[in-house]
Design a protein. Sequence first.
Lengths: 183, 243
Amino acid sequence: MNLFYDYMKAHVEAMLFAHGTPLSAKRIAAVLDISAEHADRLLCLLEEEYAKPGRGLMLRRVADGFQLCTKPELGGVVEKLTEIPEQKLSQAALETMAVIAFRQPATKQEIEAIRGVKVDGVVNTLLECGFIREVGRKEAVGRPILYGTTDEFLIHFGLRSLEDLPKLEAWPVELQQEPSSLE
Amino acid sequence: MYEVKLQAFEGPLDLLLHLIERDKLDIYDIPVAQVTAQYLAYLRQMQEFNLEIASEFLVMAATLLQIKSRMLLPKTAQQNQEQEGELEDPRVVLMERLVTYRRIKMAAAWLAEKAKDGGRSVARPPLAMPCRRVVLTHYTLEDLLEALAALFASYAGAPPVFVAREEINIQDKMADILTLLRREQREILFSDTVFRAGNRREQVAAFLGLLELLRLKQISIRQPERFGPIYVALKEDGDEPVL
């Protein structure tokens, strides 16, 4: 192992620890005064190191950056420690989340048109969860609020960036051949 | 007693999709008459079990019936020429909504799958960094004591004054108003109850107390003429207040 890399890797680790929230490779490169390729290489080295079974943390690529977090397989012990109650998003909340994520920015009226039901309640739930936020107003009658996703959304759904979202049109519409699972 | 299970649907589109999927119908060529009949049958079932039908379901029922009737209308040759743009399949709008909604449902399932992993990791918020690192090198404990002594000296001769916050509660005000009423031949001016109070907090308490007494039927209020004085009187038959 290159000594230089070893030495710089520690710097990157310290920065990630102190920063907490996702840190971009560009920022790391700028602070350490190294090239972007070097920063990427260092991050890859750290990522490999954390991936080993003896470590409880991992390097997560999320929200256009890198972040230290606990490994998902250790979720049980962390939840026990912090007494996090399990909260599942309802089907209504998930569908609304999907409309906002894939069609953002979107107004309540647009979500309602797609889902065919009122969405005031679920939009509030999603706001409380921090998954969506107001991103502006639509230039239309009543200037309705436009909603978009947050970094919290990317983190919770394990997405590196919004580009990780497939195109909505990518899903087939034709009826699946297997019997419907709804029955 | 028997138990009937009615599937819960997220909305009218969800129900329609379910009907289409159950019978393996072509979403691009929906047999409107058949689907409408089943849709209405479901609503009727809901009614039978005294379930409240959300208005969205009724709007969809109306839409389905409208499409159905439009499809039954014969088209004349003239109409064909005149309104070519408008004469597209009346099902198109509904079909497009169903297609979009189905994709959203799939996207929602995809997100749920993603959340299984993402949601179980936790990360920390940024460390609360000290806003600056204070370096104290030139000072000793003696300097600190000296500074403290100087501070005490500057305060000498000025004893602190404590200003107590006045607490007024509505109960007290109610008792006060009742006492006043008994003393003043059972009738007083409204302004004497509220405006004899000192500060705004007290006025608010007095007013709320008055309302509460009125609610408890302890007092009555009359205003003989418009914009004239308002009188507050003790109710003759009022029970003793529970204060």
